[in-house]
Design a protein around this ligand. Structure first.
Ligand SMILES: Cc1ncc(C[n+]2csc(CCOP(=O)(O)OP(=O)(O)O)c2C)c(N)n1
Ligand SMILES: [Mg+2]
Length: 756
């Protein structure tokens, strides 16, 4: 498209937002084309376009709203009235995607989605995209998306789930949501949206290279290859650059055009008249075929990556000018004038009126309250309603289902002899899948094989493949799927095969799942109970990757609940509470299963059977934060521990009693995040001496938190010692025991305390 003005001195200006703004005005003023007879609504805007006059007018308005929100942000940022300047300028064509989809199609959006949002707002009469966006830009407490916690594109009524700024991290959950939409029917779950919905997910060209994006594309294709539906529309908004790094010309098309089972469509996002039909084809294909669809939307980026990106300092003026000439708003202005739908005055009038509206909204937003207390900030992070959680955890109104699942009264697990951890986790999972018809259990090898340790054995047979199934080998995607199911109102129980493999997918919990309630001000939630086979001391299966003892990466995730049982009955009761926390309060929970205790039956001597326990009746649960105390009245020494440390401490206690004459209390924390500081302090208060036994690593392990709780509780002056794992990876075979604490280390520490 030729631009009817030449590079003037002004165009060399430092402030490219001003230049882009002025370009639009001059373009309209200087435009000299032939004007057609204006089409009526229902008639196409230009010959050959499938977009009608009304559609064009509305899209144009959405584009202008998006543009003026950007311009406003640049001006008011320096006045400290706006706190975010990553804009949508050049991407306003994504309004077409919004127009051609429904407001009930869940959308996971790129940060350049101003046009999309303004257009989607039309779908519900009475909503105001300008004011809502202005409130978010201003970090106002009244921001309907995040309550002032982030400038996000989000809306509960419009099914736009707020996303973080981590690029590509939203693709796995978008695919997960698409898969969930289809799976709901198979498990008889009622969706909160129409059955033929699709999930929409947009991202940039540079982001498409990210491992997390590739994971989602691969999993989508893996799904479609098996002829399973995955109605996700991946919208790659290709502006040819990521901050300052150019995407090789043609890379996106070359990379995706011929991928099997990822159906590629191209659309010109710079030209509404041209692009509309192209976007329409992609959307219809996705909705009709239920296949993963890749829409390559051509965009450009004007005004830099963000307000802080002074492109003129690192790009040539000629290059900048060329980019600014490709501004889609100039093309839209051309269509508006050529079609006869707008006179120059009318178009400039609309442009200026939109500017005024955006500034007025921003000033209004600036006058509203912001978050001013820590309590306000944290309110949606980790909701907890103890009474409701307790009632839900203890709810046992599914007796008939239990009878069917376990095969009769006599076979109910609470009627059977005491069993070990692996069996009781399996029984508890049978119970919970019976209790929650919307619950799904999935992961690597969990179905027919029943998991590497056979913990999930039988579940697939009992609950069938639509509720208990194997996933592809990809932890990021397992957790993406979990979020997708949760978004659709189900209760996912994803399994991560080993703790070491959680770490390579950690961001799906840290950055994504655990942050959703926070960044949506509690409007969206993705409850889940993530089971992770964890910790060291395996005799038959060595090495770090099967014996990882680092809980640190979980402990510092805000809002995450982490539980770690040491025995079967606790595991069952803990799982009930975790499911209740997920169901009632939407919490994201991690359940760490100590692998080495799965099959442990004995405590002191071989054959004593003292580490097997009665299965708790379904009405029994435990409270979040509640520990288990052994030898409650003993106070010569109190050992704080969890997981493998519990039987270890109990064994050591016998030796210590014999050797030192001390009576030893053992406190199983059971809940590792949040740590129950008050409980720890209360237990420390009556102790003469204290040991903290943490099988995890010395640095940043649970033990540090326990010691802190003791010190802050005022008991730091008591004789106190830590027995912890070394700061190293766990080696193979017997060498592992050099790294991990053992019974003898606990006894030795007690001796040291005795020696003063
Ligand atoms: C995982 C991650 N790495 C790096 C960044 C920093 N970052 C933010 S945007 C961006 C470039 C993205 O480019 P592209 O995907 O093309 O989107 P565009 O901004 O061009 O629309 C980078 C590197 C990030 N947000 N997340
Ligand atoms: Mg880009």
């Amino acid at each position: 498209m030729s631009i009817p003005f030449t590079l003037s001195a002004r165009h060399k200006g430092f402030n490219r937002a001003e230049v882009v703004d002025q370009n639009f005005i001059e373009f309209v003023q200087l435009w000299q084309g032939e004007v057609r007879i204006a089409p009526r609504d229902g008639e196409t805007v230009l010959p050959g376009s499938s977009l009608d006059a009304r559609g064009f007018r509305e899209l144009l308005e959405s584009q202008l709203i998006s543009r003026h929100l950007d311009l406003m942000a640049r001006v008011l940022r320096v006045q400290n009235k706006v706190f975010y300047t990553i804009g949508s300028s050049g991407h306003e064509g994504n309004a077409m995607v919004a127009r051609l989809t429904r407001h009930t199609d869940p959308a996971f959006l790129h940060y350049r989605s101003g046009g999309f949002m303004a257009e989607r707002f039309r779908k519900i009469p009475g909503m105001d995209p300008v004011m809502d966006s202005a409130l978010s830009f201003a970090a106002s407490k009244d921001d309907p998306a995040s309550g002032g916690r982030h400038k996000v594109w989000g809306s509960k009524p419009l099914w736009v789930l707020p996303q973080t700024s981590t690029i590509a991290s939203h693709l796995p959950k978008a695919l997960g949501t698409a898969v969930a939409i289809e799976q709901a029917r198979r498990i008889g779950h009622t969706l909160p949206i129409p059955d033929d919905s699709i999930a929409i997910c947009s991202f940039g060209d540079a982001s498409s290279n990210h491992a997390t994006a590739q994971t989602a594309f691969n999993a989508a294709a893996w799904t479609a290859y098996q002829k399973l539906p995955a109605p996700v529309l991946f919208v790659c908004e290709d502006n040819g650059i990521g901050i300052s790094v150019k995407t090789p010309t043609g890379w996106v098309a070359a990379n995706y055009q011929h991928r099997a089972n990822l159906d590629y469509f191209f659309a010109d996002g710079l030209d509404l008249a041209e692009g509309y039909a192209q976007v329409q084809r992609a959307v219809e294909h996705c909705r009709m075929t239920r296949r993963p669809t890749f829409l390559h939307l051509k965009t450009t980026r004007v005004m830099g990556h963000a307000g802080t990106d002074f492109e003129i300092e690192w790009r040539s003026i000629e290059e900048l000018f060329a980019v600014e000439c490709s501004d889609p708003l100039l093309r839209s202005a051309g269509i508006a004038l050529e079609s006869g739908l707008y006179s120059k005055d009318a178009l400039l009038g609309l442009y200026e009126a939109t500017r005024k509206r955006c500034f007025a909204a921003a000033e209004d937003a600036d006058s509203r309250p912001r978050l001013t207390s820590l309590a306000d900030v944290m309110k949606p992070l980790a909701p907890y309603t103890p009474a409701a959680v307790k009632a839900e955890a203890e709810r046992a109104d599914y007796a008939d289902k239990r009878l069917a699942v376990f095969g009769g009264e006599a076979k109910l697990p609470e009627k059977l002899p005491p069993r070990h951890l692996a069996i009781q986790i399996g029984q508890a999972l049978h119970d919970l899948l019976a209790k929650y018809p919307e619950a799904l259990l999935f992961g690597e090898d969990v179905a027919q094989k029943g998991g590497v340790y056979t913990v999930t054995k039988g579940l697939n047979k009992t609950f069938k493949g639509s509720r208990v199934f194997n996933t592809l080998l990809d932890e990021t995607m397992i957790l993406g799927l979990a979020q997708g199911y949760a978004n659709m109102g189900m209760l996912p129980i994803p399994e991560i095969q080993y703790l070491a493999y959680f770490h390579n997918a950690c961001d799906q919990i840290r950055g994504e799942a655990a942050s959703l309630q926070f960044f949506s001000n509690g409007q969206y939630r993705n409850p889940m109970v993530m089971r992770v086979a964890s910790l060291g001391y395996q005799k038959g299966f060595g090495g770090h990757f099967h014996n990882d003892n680092s809980i640190t990466a979980l402990r510092d995730i805000p809002g995450l609940v982490v539980g770690c049982p040491s025995r079967g009955d606790d595991a069952a009761m803990m799982l009930r509470t975790l499911m209740a926390l997920a169901k009632v309060d939407g919490r994201v929970c991690a359940f760490l299963e100590p692998i080495a205790l799965y099959m442990t039956k004995d405590l002191y001597e071989a054959g004593d059977g003292q580490w097997q326990f009665d299965y708790p009746a379904p009405s029994q649960a435990m409270t979040l934060g509640e520990g288990r105390i052994y030898h409650e009245t003993a106070n010569d020494l109190v050992v704080f521990t969890f997981g493998n440390g519990v039987p270890m401490a109990l064994r050591a206690a016998r030796t210590i009693e014999k050797e030192l004459g001390w009576r030893v209390r053992v406190v199983d924390l059971r809940w590792l995040a949040p740590l129950n500081d008050a409980f720890i302090a209360a237990q420390a208060s009556s102790a003469k001496r204290i040991l903290v036994l943490d099988e995890g690593r010395k640095s940043a392990g649970v033990g540090e938190g326990v010691i802190t709780a003791i010190v802050e509780g005022g008991y730091g002056a008591k004789p106190l010692k830590r027995v912890v794992g070394a700061d190293t990876f766990t080696p193979l075979a017997g060498a592992a025991l050099l790294v991990l604490p053992g019974d003898a280390d606990v006894v030795a520490a007690a001796r040291e305390l005795a020696a003063g």
